[in-house]
Each structure stands twice: as structure tokens, then as C-alpha cells.
Design a protein around this ligand. Structure first.
Ligand code: HEM
Length: 403
């Protein structure tokens, strides 16, 4: 069986993420003096941090290198700790239900086929621009209820917002980074204003879409309803958290099957293997590689003393290769059962969009395997990868589609 080392080395994915090459960091918890941050790599240690939100806070805004506008924080479920998070999560879960996700299935199938119709008959395709990038954003736009005619406009703003989120977590800043952040922030504000307009409209006349449900949802106790700002910022988070992550999942899964032809043949013959392939792809090449947390008190973990106020880089992608948790961690094995990977996180912030990501991944892979009997990378036109450390995924993925 081919090991993971060959795939990662073949394309030189994250040269410094040594755990992707079968090496283990010397310690599960390590302090980086230069960056003044902790890095956590071990499975048990990552799990401990993600499941203790009071000691390891998600509100890292005070520790970031840029000042985050307070108006962006309201409804920002990812950066909110309990009890505020508990209220928000309950409200949005009441609107973003399993039924809402399941009902998207025919739309996802239609959209994926429409996008692939445009490249049908070509003996080469670039998977990211043809399908993996546009599909998730159109799905979220449909889910929210953004009119199809506004999609291109909307897409431009979302792209800027994505770049903005990358600018935000850059640790080394100079004038250039600050200028880039300001420029992206202007575009992000356009997206927020656009969403605000739609929320106001849904308050007057609700429709059958997620924005209308978010306007209407109620939960018991204090803060029964979501405010306009909360809805706008939550919709923004859905776009940032649910877009490129799904793009990466699709590309990574194709790359995993390309590097493991025996698994490709097995899943082509028996599609009931697809969910196992998707889960193993999430473990093997985790799209969302790390989460950020801030210590709220002095705490000891794996024999290391972490002081309050220190930023912690929680490497889920490294934990997903921890031999203490996964047997033969560097082998791509879609039959792993159980497969308790941390690709969607763990604890109270566990990915809210996981059911949608899994659905999109399964449907898209099924359609790709149906429509293309061959999907092969070509060393003459290799894939290129996103440079950011917190993401693992292809930016361009040229594929040969004929035998
Ligand atoms: C393969 C695709 C995806 C991956 C790998 C992924 C990964 C993650 C991870 C690791 C977290 C936890 C972050 C943390 O603990 O700080 C998270 C949270 C979240 N994700 Fe996803 N995600 C994916 C797709 C989606 C989609 C499609 C949506 C929605 C449309 C979505 C919405 C969210 C939201 C709202 C949160 C915050 C939940 C909370 O803080 O309570 N994600 N995701």
C-alpha cells in the first residue's frame, strides 16, 4: 500500500509540516520563543484544549496582531466562549437544522452537474476553478437565500473576506500587511452591508431561506432572538468557514484517490465506501489544520506550564497523525473504524457545517467518479497549494480525464 509520505512529498505539501511526512514533533506541546506562542501537536492534548473552553478561550481577538472591529464580534460564534456561545449555537442550530441540510441534496447535485457540463468532453480539467471553488459558495448563497443574479457580486466580496481572514492571523506585520488588511476590510464591509439589506428585507417579508429562519428563531431565556448584527455576522462566518474548507476537502479527496489507485478502484466499484474515503481524507490531509485558543489561567499540559494570555496554536492536522491514537497514521486507510479524526474540531465549537460538508463531499465525489472514468494528476502540470499554514488544500488542481 502506498503511504502518505509519497503523496505529500510528491507535491511538496507544507514542507515544514513534518508530521505529514511521518515525523513526530519532539514534544506534544512546544513553546515557540520567537513567536511567543505555544504549539500543541498531540491528539490527547489537542482534545483536552478543545474540550475546555473556559481555560482555553476562543476569543483570541485581544491576542491577534490586528484590532478586530467590535461590531464584527456580535454573532461571531467561532470567537465566542460559553455562555454567550451556548445561546448563539442553540439559536443558529434551530435554524440550520439537519432537515435544512438534507433538503439541499437535489440542489447540490444539480449545481455540480451544471458546473461539470461546462467542462464536459475536455481531456483536461482544472478541478478547483471548474467545481471545487464555485460549488460551496453557490450552495451557501442558495442556503442563505441570496438571489442567483447577485452571485458574481457576492462572490467577489466573499473572496475579499476570505483574504481578510488570512491577513488577520498573520503574526508578522508591517505597513504592507496593514494596508492589505484595511483594503480587505473595506470589501468585507460591502459584503456585510449587502447581507444587512437582506436581513432587513426578511424581517418585513420572510421567505423560505436560512436568513428568514435566522430572523424568526427563538430560544428560551434571555436574549431570545438574534439581532440583525448577529445574523449578518453569523452569515459571514458561514461563508468564511464553509467555503474554502469544502473546496479543500474535494481537492484533497481527489488527490488521495489519485495517490492510492487501489482505493480509487475500490470506491469506484462500491460507492458505499465513499463516506469512509471522505472521513479518511479529512484525517489524512485535514483542510482546516489548526485552531487558535488563548489561555485564560495558568495551566499545565503535557508537563508544560502555559501562562494566562498566551496564544496557543492547536494543530488538529498533527493530532490526526498521532500514532498514540491512530494505528499506522501515515497510511491512507478508508476502512478505519472508528476514525475519531479532529478534522472538524471537537467540543462546543465542533464544526456546525460538518453535515453539509460531508454531504457536499459525498455527492460531489460520486458525481465526479460517475462522469470521469479517469481523474489523474499530471506531473507535467502539477497542482499548486494554498500557502497559508492553517489550510491544506489545492489552489489549482489540473487533472487528466482520459485514459
Ligand atoms: C470540509 C469542510 C470543513 C472543515 C474541515 C471545517 C472545519 C471546522 C473546524 C475545525 C471548526 C472548529 C474551529 C474551532 O474549534 O475553533 C469549524 C467550526 C465551524 N464551521 Fe466548519 N468546516 C468545514 C465546513 C463547514 C461548512 C460547510 C460550514 C457551513 C456552511 C461550516 C461552518 C462552521 C461554523 C459556523 C463553525 C463554528 C462553530 C462554533 O464555533 O460553534 N463549516 N469548522
Amino acid at each position: 500500500m502506498t503511504t502518505v509520505t509519497s503523496l505529500v512529498d510528491q507535491w511538496n505539501i507544507h514542507p515544514h509540516h513534518t508530521w505529514l511526512r511521518g515525523e513526530r514533533p519532539e514534544q506534544p506541546v512546544v513553546f515557540n520563543e520567537q513567536a511567543q506562542m505555544w504549539n500543541v501537536y498531540g491528539y490527547d492534548e489537542v482534545q483536552e484544549i478543545l474540550t475546555n473552553p473556559m481555560t482555553f478561550s476562543s476569543d483570541t481577538t485581544g491576542l491577534l496582531s490586528v484590532e478586530v472591529d467590535a461590531s464584527l464580534m456580535e454573532g461571531n460564534i467561532m470567537l465566542t466562549d460559553p455562555p454567550g456561545h451556548t445561546r448563539l449555537r442553540k439559536l443558529v442550530s434551530n435554524a440550520f437544522t439537519p432537515k435544512v441540510v438534507a433538503d439541499l441534496e437535489p440542489k447540490i447535485v444539480r449545481l455540480a452537474n451544471e458546473l461539470l457540463d461546462q467542462v464536459q468532453g475536455q481531456d483536461r480539467i482544472e478541478l478547483v476553478s471548474a467545481l471545487a471553488y464555485p460549488l460551496p459558495i453557490i450552495v451557501i448563497a442558495e442556503l442563505l437565500g441570496v438571489p442567483a443574479s447577485d452571485r458574481d457580486l457576492f462572490r467577489g466580496w466573499v473572496e475579499a473576506a476570505m483574504e481578510n481572514s488570512i491577513e488577520m492571523i498573520k503574526t508578522e506585520r508591517g505597513e504592507e500587511e496593514d494596508r492589505a488588511y484595511e483594503e480587505q476590510m473595506d470589501k468585507t464591509n460591502k459584503l456585510l452591508d449587502y447581507l444587512r439589506g437582506h436581513v432587513a428585507e426578511r424581517r418585513k417579508s420572510p421567505r423560505e431561506d436560512l436568513l428568514s429562519r435566522l430572523v424568526q428563531v427563538e430560544a428560551g431565556g434571555e436574549g431570545k432572538r438574534l439581532s440583525d448584527n448577529e445574523i449578518v455576522n453569523f452569515a459571514y462566518i458561514l461563508l468564511v468557514a464553509g467555503h474554502i474548507t469544502t473546496t479543500m476537502l474535494i481537492g484533497n479527496t481527489v488527490l488521495c484517490l489519485d495517490a492510492h489507485p487501489e482505493q480509487d478502484a475500490l470506491v469506484r466499484a462500491d460507492r458505499s465506501r465513499l463516506p469512509g474515503v471522505i472521513e479518511e481524507s479529512l484525517r489524512f490531509l485535514s483542510p482546516f489544520t489548526l485552531a487558535l485558543r488563548g489561555a485564560t489561567e495558568e495551566v499545565e499540559i503535557a508537563g508544560q506550564r502555559i501562562s494566562p494570555g498566551k496564544m496557543i496554536m492547536v494543530w488538529m492536522s498533527a493530532a490526526n497523525r498521532d500514532p498514540r491514537r491512530f494505528e499506522r497514521p501515515d497510511v491512507f486507510d478508508p476502512t478505519r473504524a472508528p476514525n475519531p479524526h479532529l478534522g472538524f474540531g471537537r467540543g462546543v465549537h465542533f464544526c456546525l457545517g460538518a453535515p453539509l460538508a460531508r454531504l457536499e463531499g459525498r455527492l460531489v465525489m460520486d458525481i465526479l467518479l460517475d462522469r470521469f472514468p479517469v481523474l489523474r494528476t499530471d506531473p507535467a502540470t502539477p497542482p499548486s497549494f494554498l500557502a497559508a499554514d492553517h489550510m491544506t488544500g489545492a489552489k489549482h488542481l489540473p487533472l487528466i480525464t482520459t485514459a
